[in-house]
Design a binder for this molecule. Structure first.
Ligand SMILES: [Zn+2]
Length: 420
C-alpha cells in the first residue's frame, strides 16, 4: 500500500517534470527575432512554461541562484516555427504512392510512423503543426495529439482536422471497379448531410474543418470545383457555431472563388489564383497557404531533374501566382504540405518562399507570428512576456540566409528543452 503510494508520487512528479518545466532559464543568444524584428544582444528569461521577460541582456534581472544560464554564441533565437500544413500520417509518395498508403498500410503502421514524424518535426524547430487531415487514418491524429500533450512521446503541439471533408465521388483512391466501394482518403458528405459530418468530426476532436473545394475529377481528370457555394456556407455556419474555422484545399480559380464566398479562413495551395482572385482573398481576409515545397517535390517525383531540366509549367506558374498573391497583399501563411516530402524537412517551404521572392525576414514572420494569428494561437509565435516558451535557436543569421534555420541548436516547447 505504502510503496504504491510512494510509487504514484514518484510517477506524478515525473509526469509533472515532463509536462511542465519547473525550471527558470536565461537564454543569451547574440540576437533575438521576436516574431517581428531582430534585436541584437537581447536575452530571454523563461519561468516554468512561459516567457517571463525579454529585452537587452544587460538590463534583465534574474535570480542567479535558481536560474540556469545558457549562452548561445553566434546564434539567433526565434519563436518555435509553426508548420501551417502538415500530414503526419503520410510519408513521401516516392517511397510509397498515396493510394498504397491509404489502402495497404494498416492504421497501426501509420500511427507508428506518425510518432517518428512528430519527433522529427519537433527536433527541426517546428513546435506547432496544423495537421490538415489523416488521409484515411480516421481520427488517429487525436490519439497522437493526446500522447504528445501528455508527454508520452515528443512532438509538436497539434491543431488537427481529423478526416477532412470531400464531396462524394470527387476524391481518391480512384480507378477501381464501380461494383466495389473503396475506402477514401477523407469523409464523403453532401448537402444537408454535411451538418452531421462536421459535427461528428468536431465531436471526435477536430480543431479545424478542412474541405476539398476542388479536386482532379473533371471529365479528363482536370481539377474542377466540388462543393457548391451553399454547401460551403453550410459547412462554415455549422463549424462556426462551435468556434471552429473552415479551411479549404483549392487550386482552381472557381474552387478558390467558391471557398472565399463560402467563408473559409485559409486557402491551401492556390495554384490557379489570378489577380482578381487574390484581390478577393485580400478583401475577404482569407489567407493563402501556398505549399510551394509540395509542388516542387511532386514534380521531382515525376521525373523533373531540378537544376538540369527546364522548369515544368506547373513550377513556372507557381512562381508567378506566389508573386501575384504577395503583390495583392494577401496574408501568406507558411505551410509546405509536409508528408508529401519528408517530415523534419519543414524548412524546405521557408527556403522556397525566399527563393520565390519573399524577403527572408517576411518568411520568418510568416512562419511565426503570422501563422499564430491566422490559426488563432494567441499565446504563440512571438517572444513576449506571458507567451508560451516555444522557441528555437539556430546558428547564424536567418534573415540573411534563410537556410541557417536548418542548423538547430536548441528547441524548447512549453519551457522544456527537447534538443540541446
Ligand atoms: Zn495537404
Amino acid at each position: 500500500m505504502r510503496s504504491n503510494f510512494l510509487l504514484s508520487i514518484f510517477f506524478l512528479s515525473f509526469l509533472a517534470n515532463n509536462l511542465f518545466a519547473q525550471k527558470t532559464y536565461l537564454l543569451r543568444p547574440d540576437r533575438i527575432f521576436d516574431g517581428q524584428e531582430i534585436h541584437e544582444n537581447w536575452a530571454v528569461l523563461i519561468k516554468n512554461e512561459k516567457i517571463s521577460s525579454v529585452g537587452p541582456a544587460a538590463e534583465l534581472t534574474f535570480d542567479s541562484q535558481n536560474t540556469e544560464v545558457i549562452d548561445l554564441k553566434g546564434c539567433t533565437l526565434l519563436p518555435g516555427f509553426i508548420e501551417g500544413h502538415s500530414h503526419l500520417f503520410l510519408h513521401p509518395y516516392n517511397e510509397t504512392p498515396w493510394d498504397d498508403q491509404v489502402l495497404k498500410e494498416s492504421r497501426s503502421y501509420r500511427t507508428a510512423r506518425a510518432t517518428s514524424h512528430a519527433k522529427k518535426t519537433l527536433m527541426a524547430g517546428f513546435t506547432t503543426v496544423r495537421d490538415l487531415g489523416t488521409e484515411g487514418a480516421e481520427y488517429d491524429d487525436f490519439g497522437l495529439k493526446q500522447a504528445i500533450n501528455q508527454g508520452i512521446i515528443p512532438g509538436p503541439r497539434m491543431i488537427i482536422a481529423t478526416k477532412a471533408l470531400i464531396a462524394s465521388g470527387s476524391y481518391g483512391p480512384k480507378g477501381f471497379s464501380a461494383d466495389i466501394n473503396i475506402p477514401q482518403g477523407a469523409e464523403e458528405a453532401d448537402g444537408q448531410d454535411l451538418i452531421k459530418a462536421v459535427r461528428s468530426q468536431i465531436g471526435k476532436g477536430a480543431d479545424v474543418i478542412k474541405i476539398y473545394a476542388d479536386y482532379r475529377w473533371g471529365v479528363n481528370g482536370e481539377t474542377r470545383p466540388t462543393f457548391s457555394v451553399d454547401e460551403i456556407k453550410l459547412i462554415v455556419e455549422t463549424a462556426k457555431s462551435s468556434g471552429r474555422p473552415v479551411v479549404a484545399h483549392a487550386s482552381s480559380e472557381e474552387g478558390m472563388k467558391r471557398a472565399i464566398l463560402g467563408g473559409v479562413e485559409t486557402i491551401e495551395h492556390g495554384d490557379g489564383g489570378t489577380t482578381e482572385i487574390f484581390k478577393m482573398m485580400r478583401e475577404h481576409g482569407v489567407a493563402l497557404c501556398p505549399t510551394i515545397a509540395a509542388g516542387d517535390a511532386t514534380s521531382q517525383y515525376r521525373g523533373w531533374k531540378k537544376g538540369t531540366d527546364p522548369e515544368p509549367e506547373k513550377i513556372k506558374n507557381k512562381r508567378i501566382t506566389f508573386k501575384s498573391a504577395m503583390d495583392a497583399r494577401v496574408t501568406i501563411c507558411t505551410g509546405g504540405d509536409v508528408g508529401v516530402f519528408s517530415h523534419g524537412d519543414n524548412a524546405r517551404e521557408l527556403e522556397m518562399m525566399a527563393e520565390y521572392g519573399m524577403k527572408p525576414i517576411d518568411v520568418l514572420r510568416s512562419a511565426t507570428s503570422v501563422n499564430a494569428k491566422v490559426f488563432h494561437q494567441d499565446n504563440l509565435g512571438q517572444i513576449k512576456p506571458g507567451f508560451l516558451a516555444d522557441l528555437v535557436v539556430v546558428e547564424g543569421k536567418p534573415e540573411v540566409n534563410i537556410s541557417v534555420i536548418r542548423s538547430v541548436k536548441l528547441v524548447m516547447k512549453n519551457g522544456v528543452i527537447f534538443k540541446d
